[in-house]
Design a protein around this ligand. Structure first.
Ligand code: ASP
Ligand code: MG
Length: 441
């Protein structure tokens, strides 16, 4: 049994939904299919919540009416017979009655989460009707019956395993359709796994059910070696380890939600990234297998701020770093890179909301220098420490670019280099040429 997850664009139009239906029915293996809301819907529902919070009932009404008109047209195109059209319309009516009635309720966070849940409930119900139309039968499963997060917002995998309604996956061609993103919290209220959380749902269900594989279907044929928006030529990476994928997911490779790697890794369920528009393409398979393969991919993260604390008090002292980190902890600001010398500490943050307060509190420790507009260039792969030449390969490629910080050895999977963002494009191009032999600069 496999888990297949399709994102918002993959179910974003009747035509795309049809493609999904043919992908999932191409063989007899039983499948749990996890769907996002139709693209744009969750954004609209977030907006609806904001209108309701601010008491702007007119805008809320207009938004609900416009969204309903969109879904009515969607159903018209998706479903052909009068009978199925009527069924589709009644699904839309049911959920929009709920959305409309929310306009007159007093707002609270719980209500807004309930509104957000409608997107996935609608897309999955319509999809089951589409399967009916194609003579396939799909069983609709309500994720609110088995997906749960605990009081720390952590998903409860044993609860999912226990409450998943299907125990027996031996029926050939069995299709079980459920929602990504939505869940209940420990109080039994409707909640969610945060924006983009459908990938996470798929991996949690895969872990709970010990699936043979979790497939994440998007618009690109797997994880690429470089950023296609910046360099002319990229190639899809055929194999990654969970550790490599975790590094890449954090550093802006947007196709997989970073949290989704953990459950799959813990329960050792392979994750395959595939392209809905090109189902035959190989994509990327992520497994626990580690191979000493050198650099596989480069990714960049912009909007980084570097902070340097220079102090002679650090000389031969201990406990200095703890005091510095307490400042970042106080302002709930994660620190990404860190390097130290005998008289200075340099570190980076990507959330500078509290930068001026942080600076003020660091001042008693020494001289503070701040550089904004930095980018982390991160090289990911498997570098066992006795493999010579990896760092040389990177520096040889970046000879023309001033490097502000470098971090190597934090894991065997990552070399991070901090540069001013103005050099990012050039850096990614140079690395594409020298490390991957993919293009001339
Ligand atoms: N529909 C949700 C969102 O747009 C979850 C997802 O698509 O992953 O964030
Ligand atoms: Mg997504």
């Amino acid at each position: 049994m496999k888990i297949l997850k399709f994102g918002g664009t993959s179910v974003g139009s009747p035509e795309r939904m049809n493609q999904v239906a043919s992908i999932i029915s191409s063989d007899d293996e039983p499948k749990v299919v996890v769907l996002s809301a139709v693209s744009g819907t969750t954004n609209s529902l977030v907006q609806l919540g904001e209108y309701l919070k601010s008491g702007d009932k007119n805008s809320a009404r207009t938004l609900v009416d416009e969204l309903k008109a969109k879904y009515d047209a969607f159903v018209d195109e998706l479903l052909q017979s009068d009978e199925l059209k009527a069924k589709g319309k009644s699904i839309i009516d049911e959920h929009f009655t709920l959305l409309s009635s929310a306009i007159n309720l007093s707002f609270n966070e719980g209500l807004s989460k309930e509104l957000l849940a409608q997107g996935e409930l609608i897309s999955t119900k319509l999809f089951v009707e589409l399967l009916n139309q194609k003579g396939l039968s799909g069983q609709w499963l309500n994720a609110l019956d088995f997906m749960r997060i605990n009081e720390d917002d952590e998903p409860d995998i044993p609860h999912i395993a226990q409450n998943f309604p299907i125990k027996d996956f031996t029926i050939p061609g069995g299709l079980y359709i459920t929602q990504g993103f939505i869940c209940k919290n420990e109080k039994g209220e409707v909640d969610n796994l945060k924006r983009g959380g459908s990938d996470y749902s798929a991996s949690l269900i895969g872990a709970a059910l010990e699936a043979s594989e979790v497939q994440i279907w998007t618009d690109i044929d797997g994880m690429h070696n470089n950023d296609p928006r910046v360099v002319k030529k990229t190639v899809s990476i055929s194999e990654l380890s969970f550790n490599e994928a975790a590094e890449l997911a954090y550093f802006g490779a947007k196709i997989l939600h970073p949290a989704s790697i953990l459950p799959a890794q813990k329960y050792d369920v392979p994750v395959r990234l595939l392209n809905t528009m090109q189902p035959e393409a190989r994509g990327t398979i992520i497994t626990s297998k580690e191979q000493d393969t050198g650099i596989k991919a480069v990714a960049a993260k912009d909007g980084i701020t570097a902070i340097k604390i220079k102090s002679t008090r650090m000389l031969l002292a201990y406990g200095f770093l703890r005091k510095i980190f307490e400042v970042f902890e106080k302002y709930k600001t994660p620190v990404d890179m860190i390097t130290t010398s005998e008289v200075a500490v340099s570190l980076t943050i990507d959330d500078d909301t509290n930068l001026s307060k942080i600076k003020e509190e660091l001042e008693p420790f020494g001289t503070i220098e701040i550089d904004t507009n930095q980018s982390i260039i991160c090289l990911v792969g498997d570098f066992v420490s006795d493999r010579p030449g990896i760092v040389k390969q990177v520096f040889d490629s970046l000879t023309e670019i001033p490097v502000r910080m470098i971090s190597y050895g934090g894991s065997r999977h990552n070399i991070s280099v901090l540069i001013n963002s103005q050099y990012k494009v050039n850096a990614l191009q140079c690395l594409n040429r020298d490390v991957f032999q993919l293009e001339e600069v």
